[in-house]
Design a protein. Structure first.
Ligand code: B3K
Ligand code: ZN
Length: 894
């Protein structure tokens, strides 16, 4: 398959000003008639005079140009295109094609989900609907007519504003939609079905009343409250924080059960994986609620960052995704606990993006080439892209950053632009030079910062020396130094932030009323030195506060320093990070020395943290139960694996279990005290509270239960059982079930299995809850998990055609269960390769995503390397692989 390169970008030779589409919708076959107003693009050099339209899996029935039916000599059709020879400078082209939604298993273009019809066009799905210039820099006005049988498809939706309905003489119904905002084809959407509606309204800052409609499958109307609340909050937030008001007369969300990704920001008609819409306290966890809030906001925010201003080409994907992720992160931070949100985001970055940046799939935030663009919707483009925006916001400060975004919206509204255009706005509004900063977009790999320091007691000076280097990545051997914002604080012996004064400065910056004194240093050269003056004693440095840049930080902290920072740092993020580093160090030592016992100091640090466990969330973030739960959570197996040159799968699992069991046993009374203090009688109370404070208490209690479950006895079994039986919410139910399932049979008997069966009986008709039932079993550390997963593949409720189910079973096993997936005999690898080969012909995007855990094969011991390599080679040998799977496998082996 051909490689697409950024440097080959050329403006489109033709533009499509207007697209009038008429659909005669039916699951088996749908007719699409398109009337396009085309003209030569004045900004593009003249080509061969032919018009090349993208089109795949289309059956062309009719073709006319300016009303004249074209004879076969004047056009040509192949697998990917319709080429019309010698077209005029301005003309109308009419095509009629037939497509087959029910045969569409790739879920790209127009497809069937349950009883409804829906579309997914990003990135290149529109070409499976009609012949078009299917590229983001061609922005057109769409008028859409939908015709269907009202008995099957009473609801007919498309982008924009409704423009009337009609009953046709043959009994069918017709609905018209008109979208006044020019948009690229990837934002096009159609939905048809017998859908239930939840409606609310939003009054914009300028006083326009916007109906908000959420469409779901019948039976799900009672699970839309949270999505609706989140949507309204997001709309308000975008007005106050960015001055962005909604533009159409109507905003719609549709939840579908078969969806390749999370959701899609189609103009005025967001289509969602129902997992990110539907929630009731008894069916969804606190984490689910938080994801819904974040994704609803993310898609809504795209209306300005993505839709009104879109990407010039797909290499610029992070223009919309990085910025929009940054916006949704900030929105969520404002809705709940800012500190906890930052921890969650950094945890995701470190566990997904850092490994990607260190492996064969490493690519810049603005990639240089791809085979299949769908493989580049990555943690690098999304999460690292968001960090790049965050750094710019940090460098500019809130006021200038807002000026920068205002300028961006004003300058580029209605256009398709580049990440460079974005940076230029920040540069201009901020009055600073971001030339060096731009390298962040071009250079792959995670920079490493090596810090050293020196305290001169006589002079009262403290010098920090910071060296940066970025390891080589595939295709990029030499790296340039980056412009890195590096936030620093210095703590005195009591743990208070010191005033900061750099050599040469006339005055020190003083701590704020809250006692915070942070300095944003800027690193540019490979080695930078900063000398702070006026220090009577050696300070303890708090480095990279708030994770001010996406880098790996190395500084030789002593365990005592880390314990000190964990207790005192005024930066909540760094308190957490100190605890993580402490735990990570201990765990990695335990991996190396199997017999190593847990030092008392570590147990005492935990005991201290538990003793301070608050009764309730208060203004003091140190006493926030949610933050404490984060502090008490050990680094994941995947994160620890990323810290090792050669991953010791079993050693990591054993070390984590040993540490958790030790803490569970030695701190039993303290843990029980915290658990009981936060135990709210379950179902009978009925007063389930969704607030961040209440969710934080649940997080802390379930974290504590997890430790107790690692050192179980009959009392703990009873505790978990009580929680499982009486909890009135899915967060507590699933946490208890997990603990029951992981406890050894000689202590818990068949309590785990019985709970699992009860859970199935209760929820067998709720698909999203059932996904949890599948995932829980796939993630079990029990030795027979693979056999169990294979058995579940034959379960009547399992289906390869539903991406959520595939992710819940196969994805959870391969990506969420390193211990069993990486079993020494390679059985996990063989299983995954079989599934990928089975899925690839059906749904290449899902197949390529599932591959990821195997792409890091070089990080394992020679035995496992060989086993993974063999499976990758086996996949590569198969004829007719999709470009999606081909690209991931060939890059991994390359
Ligand atoms: N823009 C979509 C992702 C499309 C993925 C195409 N394979 C969702 C989002 O990022 O908001
Ligand atoms: Zn997005």
């Amino acid at each position: 398959p051909p490689v697409i390169r950024r440097e080959d970008y050329r403006p489109a030779e033709f533009l499509i000003d207007q697209a009038d589409l008429r659909f005669e919708l039916d699951a088996g076959q749908t007719l699409v008639e398109a009337e396009l107003s085309l003209r030569r693009n004045p900004a593009a050099p003249r080509g061969d005079g032919d018009l090349h339209l993208d089109g795949e899996q289309l059956e062309l029935l009719d073709l006319t140009l300016d009303g004249r039916r074209l004879p076969p000599a004047e056009y040509r059709v192949d697998e990917h295109a319709l080429v019309v020879r010698r077209v005029p400078d301005r003309f109308r082209l009419r095509t009629r094609v037939q497509i087959h939604p029910s045969a569409n298993t790739a879920l790209e273009g127009l497809y069937v989900s349950g009883d409804m019809l829906c579309t997914q066009c990003e990135a290149e799905g529109f070409r499976r609907i009609t012949y078009f210039l299917d590229r983001p820099d061609v922005m057109s006005r769409y008028r859409v007519t939908l015709v269907a049988d009202p008995a099957r498809y009473p609801v007919l939706l498309s982008n924009g504003n409704p423009a009337g309905t009609e009953e046709l003489a043959d009994g069918r119904r017709l609905a018209r939609w008109d979208d006044p905002f020019p948009k690229p084809s990837y934002l096009f959407a159609v939905v048809a079905g017998d859908l239930a509606l939840v409606e609310d309204r939003f009054v914009t800052a300028s006083g326009r009343e916007i109906p908000l409609r959420i469409f779901v499958e019948p039976g799900n109307r009672d699970k839309c409250d949270h999505a609706m609340r989140s949507l309204k909050a997001a709309m308000r937030w975008d007005e106050t924080r960015y001055g962005r008001e909604y533009d159409l007369d109507l905003f719609m969300i549709v939840a579908v059960s078969h969806f390749n990704m999370g959701a899609m920001e189609n103009k005025g008609l967001n289509v969602f994986n129902d997992k990110f819409v539907l929630a009731r306290p008894d069916t969804a966890t606190d984490a689910d609620f938080a994801h819904i809030e974040g994704v609803v906001a993310h898609e809504y925010f795209h209306n300005w960052t993505g839709n009104r201003i879109t990407c010039r080409d797909w290499f610029q994907l992070s223009l919309k995704e990085g910025f929009t992720v940054y916006r949704d992160q900030e929105f969520s931070a404002d809705q709940g606990s800012r500190g906890v949100k930052r921890i969650e985001d950094v945890r995701l970055l470190r566990s997904r993006q850092f490994p990607e940046d260190a492996g064969p799939m490493a690519h810049p935030v603005r990639p240089d080439s791809y085979i299949e663009i769908n493989n580049f919707y990555t943690a690098t483009v999304y999460e690292k892209g968001a960090e790049l925006v965050r750094m710019q916001a940090g460098l500019l400060g809130p006021e200038r950053f807002r000026k920068g975004t205002d300028l961006y919206f004003e300058r580029f509204d209605g256009q398709a632009v580049t990440t460079d255009d974005f940076v230029a706005c920040m540069e201009q509004a901020g009055g600073l030079d971001l030339t060096q900063f731009r390298r962040w977009y071009a250079q792959a790999g995670t920079p490493v910062l090596e810090c050293a320091d020196h305290y001169d007691a006589d002079a009262g000076t403290y010098t920090l020396e910071i060296r940066q280097h970025t390891p080589a990545t595939p295709g990029q051997a030499d790296k340039q130094p980056l412009h890195i914002p590096f936030a620093v604080g210095l703590l005195d012996a009591q743990g208070r932030d010191l005033p900061l004064r750099l050599a040469g400065e006339s005055a020190a910056s003083e701590p704020t009323a809250a006692g915070v004194c942070t300095r944003m240093l800027e690193l540019r050269a490979p080695v930078e030195r900063f000398t702070f003056v006026g220090l009577a004693a050696r300070p303890v440095p708090s480095l990279l506060r708030g994770f001010s840049a996406p880098v790996r930080l190395r500084y030789p902290y002593s365990d005592a320093d880390l314990t000190f920072l964990m207790a005192h740092d005024s930066d909540g993020f760094n308190r957490w990070d100190a605890a993580q580093t402490l735990a990570q160090r201990l765990l990695l030592r335990m991996v190396e020395e199997e017999a190593l016992s847990v030092p008392d100091s570590f147990v005492e640090a935990f005991r201290q943290a538990l003793k301070e466990a608050p009764v309730d969330a208060s203004a003091d973030t140190q006493a926030d139960p949610a933050l404490l739960a984060e502090v008490l959570t050990l680094p994941s197996e995947g994160y620890l694996a990323d810290q090792m040159d050669c991953v010791d799968v079993d050693g990591i699992h054993r070390a984590r279990e040993t540490l958790a069991a030790t803490l569970g046993a030695l701190l039993r009374e303290d843990l029980l005290a915290v658990y009981e203090r936060h135990w709210q009688p379950g179902a009978e109370a009925g007063d389930y509270d969704l607030s961040p404070a209440a969710a934080g208490r649940r997080a802390l209690r379930n974290c504590v239960l997890g430790y107790l479950g690692q050192a179980p006895d009959a009392g703990i079994v009873a505790l978990a059982q009580r929680q499982f039986d009486t909890a009135n919410n899915m967060t507590d139910v699933i946490a208890a079930l997990r603990v029951l399932l992981e406890m050894p049979v000689d202590v818990a008997g068949d309590a785990g299995e019985r709970a699992l069966a009860a859970f199935y009986r209760r929820w067998s008709q709720e698909q999203l809850v059932l996904d949890k039932w599948f995932a829980l079993q796939a993630q079990s550390s029990r030795p027979d998990t693979l056999a169990r997963v294979k058995g579940l593949m034959k379960h009547p409720q399992f289906s390869l055609a539903n991406p959520n189910r595939v992710r819940a079973l196969i994805g959870a096993f391969a990506s969420g269960n390193p211990l069993r997936f990486h079993a020494e005999d390679g059985a996990g690898y063989g299983f995954l390769a079989d599934r990928i080969l089975e899925l690839d012909p059906l749904n290449p995007q899902i197949a390529a995503r599932l591959l990821h855990p195997m792409t890091r094969w070089r990080r394992y011991d020679p035995g496992r390397q060989a086993l993974m390599q063999r499976q990758l080679e086996r996949i590569l040998e198969v004829d007719g692989l999709s470009s999606d799977v081909y690209e991931v496998v060939s890059r991994s082996l390359g």
